[in-house]
Design a binder for this molecule. Structure first.
Ligand SMILES: NC(=O)c1ccc[n+]([C@@H]2O[C@H](COP(=O)([O-])OP(=O)(O)OC[C@H]3O[C@@H](n4cnc5c(N)ncnc54)[C@H](OP(=O)(O)O)[C@@H]3O)[C@@H](O)[C@H]2O)c1
Length: 319
């Protein structure tokens, strides 16, 4: 991806509407015009505070990507990009995910059309667990697997050895090997530590867990991100894959007023809630399925709920 590319538009018209959150902007785009065949709604993008580059608000999480599934993943990623989605979240620790993404994007010749984010594993403190794959070796291996010489975003996975790794990340950013840097967690109990690092280091991004059913980050990480001007990636927007998955045992009926914010499914409703928080830049729901990806990217089109609507959405979920 080139340094100057703005994913929001080639023919951008930013429309300010009262019902939008203060940070979110609507833009028409070439990519969303492809989506127009399904839905004539504009793509929602938000700027990365440190660079101003605009990112479409929904991407994809890939910790279930496998090499055997590359033909399907190629179709999923290609279609996602046609619909306006660009953000692909992976990690050195996600078994075959980086290799599958590298292979898919290389075959598609579409590396430049995506914003690829990966995570560095451990380092000194984590050596026992990672063997020789932590720290610098983890990053070298990511470049190789992703078949690229530049990563759009590199984050310290689960904050492991953040103090030790941060000087390296800063050096790689200066050298142009990574375009942005950050740190991640997916546990509420880590949010306090994450906020401390947000105050300590000049971060471009943090990645954190947040969903309509788990809103702890609203009191900790999200206000700190607004205060420090740090972009936020949301993992586990559906509560994760396991017993806390929000689709499991969900007996609720989608409220009829969900149509007012363009939602025709729970996945759109849950994602619109997450991305309408003013601090949130992009959500990365995990899937390998075309149908799920399409529904998820649909949430990044149309309008965002305002504060009053967000309250109504949370109340509807809580019943
Ligand atoms: N510490 C960290 O940095 C960290 C930790 C955890 C996760 N992550 C990242 O965050 C991403 C997201 O997390 P996650 O995948 O664990 O949890 P998630 O996105 O909250 O939920 C994924 C689950 O929701 C299902 N799903 C996705 N789209 C759906 C749709 N439209 N309708 C119905 N079900 C749908 C998926 O099923 P299908 O597979 O059947 O679609 C999967 O079971 C990961 O892939 C990873 O990239 C980062």
């Amino acid at each position: 991806m080139s340094d100057t590319k703005d994913f929001s538009s080639t023919r951008r018209e930013t429309i300010k509407l009262g019902l939008l959150s203060s940070v979110a902007a609507l833009s028409t785009t070439t990519m969303s015009n492809v989506f127009a065949a399904d839905s004539p709604l504009p793509l929602i993008t938000k700027p990365i505070p440190s660079t101003g580059q605009k990112l479409p608000c929904v991407g994809i999480g890939t910790n279930s990507f496998t090499i055997a599934d590359v033909p399907n993943l190629q179709n999923v990623l290609k279609r996602m990009n046609e619909l306006g989605g660009v953000f692909v979240d992976t990690a050195s620790a996600y078994r075959e995910s980086e290799t599958a993404i590298g292979s898919a994007l290389d075959s598609l010749k579409m590396r430049d059309k995506f914003f690829v984010s990966t995570k560095i594993s451990g380092g000194e403190k984590d050596e026992k667990k990672m063997g020789d794959l932590g720290g610098v070796k983890s990053f070298e291996r990511s470049l190789e697997r992703l078949k690229t010489d530049k990563i759009d975003l590199l984050m310290v996975h689960n904050m492991l050895n953040t103090d030790g790794l941060m000087p390296k990340l800063q050096e790689w950013k200066k050298a142009g090997k990574i375009r942005h840097l950050g740190i991640t967690t997916s546990e509420n109990m880590d949010h306090g530590q994450l906020v401390s690092y947000m105050k300590k280091f000049p971060l471009d991004f943090v990645e954190v867990n947040y969903s309509i059913a788990n809103r702890e980050a609203e009191d900790t990480v999200l206000p700190a991100a607004l205060d420090k001007g740090i972009a936020v990636v949301i993992n586990l927007p559906f509560g994760g894959k396991h017993e806390e998955n929000l689709f499991l045992n969900n007996q609720r009926v989608l409220p009829s007023w969900a149509a007012d914010i363009g939602c025709s499914s729970w996945s759109e409703f849950l994602l619109k809630f997450v991305i309408s928080h003013p601090a949130v830049t992009v959500a990365i729901p995990g899937t390998t399925k075309m149908e799920h990806m399409e529904s998820n990217i649909r949430a990044a089109h149309g309008v965002l709920p305002d504060a009053a609507m967000r309250k109504r959405m949370a109340a509807a979920w809580n019943t």
